[in-house]
Design a protein around this ligand. Structure first.
Ligand SMILES: Nc1ncnc2c1ncn2[C@@H]1O[C@H](COP(=O)(O)OP(=O)(O)OP(=O)(O)O)[C@@H](O)[C@H]1O
Length: 624
């Protein structure tokens, strides 16, 4: 059954707006589309699930925009909103063009048409943390991570635009005693809750959760990012990973990240992140499947809190903060280049500069590989930030154009066993059907069980399979392959005998048809020809003794009666003429008495062509 995407706008639509100001307008464009994931076996026989739609038919990168409220400082400075929301949504999936805002770019009277950007969702300043979880597509992203996809949620935007707030909440939330039900908890905390809810809803599936944190604020030596040939992707070498059995374990990783977060203070944010942070949760599941085997999937969800881009003149960063700002800006610039190159369909995608920064190396898979990504573009509504806001909106719009090819990879051994088992079942039922349809073996002395494939592999339940070593698994696979092979041979034999029988059947049918035609020919000559009265056969004589002659097919009803005496049976003129022309029927060769074409005498004396013509003449009469 298809699942409805949680991005469906089924809740308070007032939360979402299209906003626009001069040159920039961004609109909501989410359609309620069912999740279009499909399963297929690839050329290596691995079961892969391909996601065909994340949000709409094409989106595998979901881009949402969150507009934060004006800060106290901005209000104090008398800043006004450059983004306003004069009209509200009329209905999901439809949007209205909203009012322009007089910004630096000029007023509505400027006469220039606004440039249209479209996003999946736009959150107004009043949108709560829970709204972001419910309507950003985050829940679907977690579901997909549980299904085995590699998912990423990253926040992008200028410094102080609300990235950390969106992901983890306001500063100080995780103090000595974190409030478990605070409405200020960010997306990560809420996602963990949702993840555990999903896990609890599947008691039959075994889950293993592991988490790791990439936070340069920690005291450890920076780890190297390397390329893995096998996995065809970048990875962090010697990354420390924590097993998380409980919700609290995951929370501990998050708290650790927040505690060690590298924070700096500048003119625009008292708690500015001075580096990018990546928190990853690896979700491995083992699910029992048909036939005692189980399927294991390995999904992942990354939460990426990017450090914000800064105009150092505005932030008035100095010394270390300035150096950090330059590095942050540099890595964000590379991310920007990558997004631009990936989103430009005209450009040849031969070179995407992932290698130019660690950040892009690690985000490469999320941006263009097999991952599914949610980008949350955070913007400030203040007039003083309009340039940065437009910049962020441009990036976000570009990112929306990127297409990824999300796949879920399964353990190849289990996928192989599963696919072989499926094939065996199909072949068995097909053979069974063929056997009963053809009745090939009925009456044979060989019993069904003897004829069947003897090499049926032993039944293995889930626990036993988990304990099997490599060679034992290989044996099991070999057994399935042998059974499969034997079934295939059996199947081929059955198909061959079915073909033979079909051919026999065709020959018999053709012979039947030929005989029927002959019978019809005989009947038409004997019963219908008024010209050539049939002579009763011996069998007909016997029949005629007690059956009315008019109903006897072997006897011509006008037998022995002169044609001229029968008013009703008088030959029409045109037939007579035709017969004369062809010299058939004996006008010129007067009646020689009753004849039958099937008599030995007539057969020998009458040419075949003449016999055919006579039957044509009968048809003409019938056709009147
Ligand atoms: N939606 C919001 N509602 C209320 N307050 C918000 C919201 N978004 C951000 N803020 C507040 O704005 C300030 C700056 O936010 P935050 O630290 O999350 O920005 P940032 O984008 O992470 O900045 P940087 O890139 O410098 O780390 C914080 O005090 C935060 O609590």
């Amino acid at each position: 059954m298809s699942q409805i995407n949680p991005l469906t706008f089924n809740a308070n639509v007032n939360l979402f707006y299209s906003i626009s100001f001069k040159y920039v307008r961004f609109v909501q464009g989410v359609k309620a589309t069912p999740n279009g994931s499909i399963e297929r076996l690839d050329e290596d026989n691995n079961l892969r699930r391909i996601i065909t739609s994340y949000n709409s038919a094409e989106d595998n990168i979901n881009v949402v925009v969150r507009v934060r409220p004006l800060s106290n400082k901005e209000i104090k400075n008398g800043e006004d909103l450059v983004v306003n929301f004069p009209w509200k949504w009329s209905s999901p999936g439809k949007y209205k063009q909203l009012g322009y805002v007089d910004g630096i770019l000029g007023g509505p009277s400027g006469g220039q048409r606004p440039k249209l950007f479209s996003y999946n969702v736009v959150f107004e300043p009043a949108a709560t943390q829970e709204d972001v979880l419910q309507f950003s597509g985050m829940k679907r992203l977690i579901e997909m991570a549980v299904e085995g996809f590699r998912c990423t949620c990253f926040c992008y935007g200028q410094t102080g635009s609300g990235k950390t707030h969106t992901l983890t909440g306001p500063p100080g939330l995780f103090g000595l005693k974190p409030a478990p039900y605070s409405d200020q908890h960010g997306l990560i905390f809420r996602s963990f809750m949702y993840l555990f809810k999903l896990i609890q809803e599947q008691p039959g599936v075994q889950f293993i959760l592991k988490a790791n944190l990439l936070n340069p604020g920690s005291a450890r030596k920076p780890l190297a990012v390397r390329w893995s040939k096998k996995a065809r992707g970048f990875f962090v070498e010697n990354l420390f990973t924590v097993d998380c059995e409980e919700f609290d374990d995951l929370l501990a990783v998050l708290e650790e990240g927040l505690r060690n977060r590298s924070v700096g203070r500048h003119n625009m944010n008292d708690y500015s992140s001075r580096s990018h942070t990546i928190l990853s949760v690896h979700i491995t599941s083992e699910q029992p499947a048909e036939g005692g085997v189980f399927i294991s999937r390995s999904g992942k969800i990354n939460f990426v809190d990017l450090a914000g881009s800064e105009m150092t003149k505005k932030t008035q960063s100095e010394g270390k903060t300035l150096e950090e700002a330059n590095n942050i800006n540099k890595s964000l610039m590379v991310l920007g280049y990558c997004i631009s190159s990936l989103s430009d369909s005209k450009k040849n995608r031969t070179h995407i500069p992932y290698r130019d920064s660690k950040l892009t190396k690690l985000l490469a898979d999320s941006l263009a590989g097999n991952g599914v990504t949610l980008m949350i573009a955070c913007i400030s509504p203040a007039r003083s930030n309009i340039y940065e806001t437009i910049n962020t909106l441009r990036y976000a719009a570009r990112a929306k154009k990127i297409r990824t090819k999300p796949v879920v990879l399964m353990d190849p051994r289990e996928a192989l066993i599963l696919s072989l088992k499926r094939e065996v079942t199909v072949l068995q039922s097909e053979n069974e059907h063929l056997r009963s349809a053809l009745n090939v073996y009925s009456g044979s002395s060989v019993s069904d069980s003897e004829r069947r494939v003897i090499l049926t592999p032993p039944h293995i339940d889930l626990e036993e399979l988990a304990k099997l070593e490599g060679p034992q698994l290989a044996d099991l696979v070999r057994l399935y392959m042998q059974e499969n092979e034997a079934l295939r041979r059996d199947n081929q034999e059955l198909f061959a005998s079915r073909e033979l029988l079909q051919r026999d059947h065709e020959i018999v049918c053709r012979e039947n048809e030929r005989l029927l035609k002959k019978l019809e020919e005989v009947n038409s000559v004997c019963c219908r020809s008024p010209l050539i009265p049939a002579r009763p056969a011996f069998s007909a004589d016997a029949l005629n003794s007690d059956v009315d002659s008019s109903t006897n097919i072997w006897t011509n009803p006008i037998e022995d009666k002169p044609l001229a005496h029968s008013h009703q049976k008088k030959i029409p003129d045109f037939i007579t003429k035709e017969l004369d022309k062809r010299q058939i029927g004996g006008r010129k060769t007067p009646s020689r008495g009753p004849r039958r074409f099937n008599s030995v005498e007539d057969k020998s004396n009458t040419p075949k062509s003449v016999r055919l013509q006579s039957s044509e003449s009968v048809d003409l009469v019938d056709g009147r």
